[in-house]
Structure formats: structure tokens, C-alpha cells
Ligand binder design. Sequence first.
Ligand SMILES: Nc1ncnc2c1ncn2[C@@H]1O[C@H](COP(=O)(O)OP(=O)(O)OP(=O)(O)O)[C@@H](O)[C@H]1O
Ligand SMILES: [Mg+2]
Length: 289
Amino acid sequence: MRDLVTEFDTRQGTVRALHGISFDVGESEAVGIVGESGSGKSTVVRSVIKLLMPPGRVAAGGAVFGGRDLLQLRERDIRQIRGKDIGFIAQNPFSALNPVVRIEKQFANIAKAHGMRADGAAREHALELLAATGVNDPQRVMRGYAHELSGGMAQRVVIAMALYLNPRLVIADEPTTALDLTVQRQVLDTLRRLTVESGRAMLIVTHDLGVVARYCDRVLVMYQGKVVEQGNVSRVFVDPQHPYTVSLLNSVVRPEDGGLPAGRSVSPADSAADLPAQAAAGLSESWRS
Ligand SMILES: Nc1ncnc2c1ncn2[C@@H]1O[C@H](COP(=O)(O)OP(=O)(O)OP(=O)(O)O)[C@@H](O)[C@H]1O
Ligand SMILES: [Mg+2]
């Protein structure tokens, strides 16, 4: 992503939501985006795959994926990439599901839209993905409709759909907010296994620094439409450079933790490689309490 500028034309005038955002996501890499509500996280990920809601529009910048600038592609061409090469998990799972089409048929439609056969093997694959994201009775879910699903169940279905065609990049906007902790773990483990650990990539928006610590290699910190800090998770958690990052890290720490996030209270001699896990242990808990 290079110098992305996204604006919203409102009656009060043009609101510039993103002020020149640049970052990379490499193969076998998980990148997290954190930042307060309204900082522009969803706008970034929706801009990349041309799913901005009107009146939003990309005013400048480029998003190069596999040698092509996604932002220059026609709708027909980006549609071929979405779902197949890039899986997208929206912040609201129901927005991604068709209310009048059985879940099973929606999986089949994804395959067909990309010229693949929706045969028994494809169906089996969908069932496996549903089970992997914590759906207890995948057969029943496949036969049903979106309105029969709880928020958490819909989220799992959408995640399975995003992974269905084995995309090279999965973009997820708060993919596990509706899920309880155990299921969240299971889903994120699955996401990481099927992307990063399979030579693919993941870009994930989250409010949860524990998720970043545990699942991401690098992190972008957004504040008021800008990336104010980016770097390896271990570096950013131990040695944040921007005041907003410092306050974000401090905001998840209770006084009894000694005033410093788990990752920041260790001595320099400690292995930096252990920091994400340590930080996750300390942060997830305090974040939730
Ligand atoms: N429909 C809209 N009309 C005008 N401005 C908008 C619109 N949608 C978003 N914006 C602007 O874009 C900014 C970023 O919104 P965005 O939804 O990307 O934030 P976010 O970081 O995803 O927040 P959250 O954590 O609540 O999901 C908002 O602060 C607002 O200024
Ligand atoms: Mg958002």
C-alpha cells in the first residue's frame, strides 16, 4: 500500500479519513492494525479491495498485489481477485451473507464465480473449514440460512468462506469480536495456520493487543487517519516510539501489573522472541477485565 488517501464527501464538505498510508504485507506474514475507534482501520482494509461504502472514495495512492495495482482495476477484474486471491472478512459478518440463499449454496456460488466446480470435494472442504473455525454441526449450518445463525456463528461461516478458495492474502476486520475467548483462539489459530504457516499472508484489524501479540509478526498503529508507528510486534511492544502507542499499551495494564505491559517490564537481556507470547499472556487478560 502506497500513500493511500481516502476521503468521504459529506454535506459538510470533504472529510479526509486517511492521510497517506503506506505499509507492506509479505508472504508468510501476519500484520495487525490497531488504533482507536474512528482512526481509519476499516477504511484502510476496505480501500485495498475496493469495498469502500459510498460516499467513500480513494483520492490517491496505490495497492500493489502480485504486480498489479488493485486500485486501478475495473470492478470486473477486482471481483476475480476478491474471494480467490484475497479473502475478506468484514467487520459485520451478516453484511457478507446472503439472507435468502442457503449457506451451502453460498459456498458453491463462491466456487462457481471463480470457475471452479462445486462438487462433493468442494463441499467436504467447506465442512472441514466450518469445523476448523469451531462450528459444531457443520452439516446443519450448511443446510440453513444466515438469519438462523448467532453473530458468533455467522462470523465463523464468513471466516470459512474467506478461506474457502485458499487465498494468498486474508484481510480480516475484527474477525473475532463476537466470539468468546476459547473460540477466538481456535479461529485465530486456524486463520494463522491456513495463511501465515502455509506461505500466505494475513492482515488483521483488531482492538485486542493480546491478539496482535500472539498472532501478528508486525503491527501498524493508526491514529486519526495516519499510521503513526509500525514495526515488528516485539519491538513496538518493548520500545514504542509514538506517544499514542505508549498510551495504547498503558491503557491495557492494571496497576498491579507494575504499570508496564508485560512485554515492557522485562529486562533487555530477555529474549525478544518471547515477548509476543509474554505480552499476550499479560494483555489479553487485562484487556478483557
Ligand atoms: N460514511 C462516512 N461518512 C463520513 N465519514 C466517514 C464515513 N465512514 C467513515 N468516515 C470517516 O472515516 C474515519 C474512519 O472510520 P473507520 O470506520 O475506518 O474507523 P475504524 O478505525 O474502523 O473504527 P472502528 O474501530 O470503530 O471500527 C471516521 O472517523 C470518519 O471520519
Ligand atoms: Mg472499523
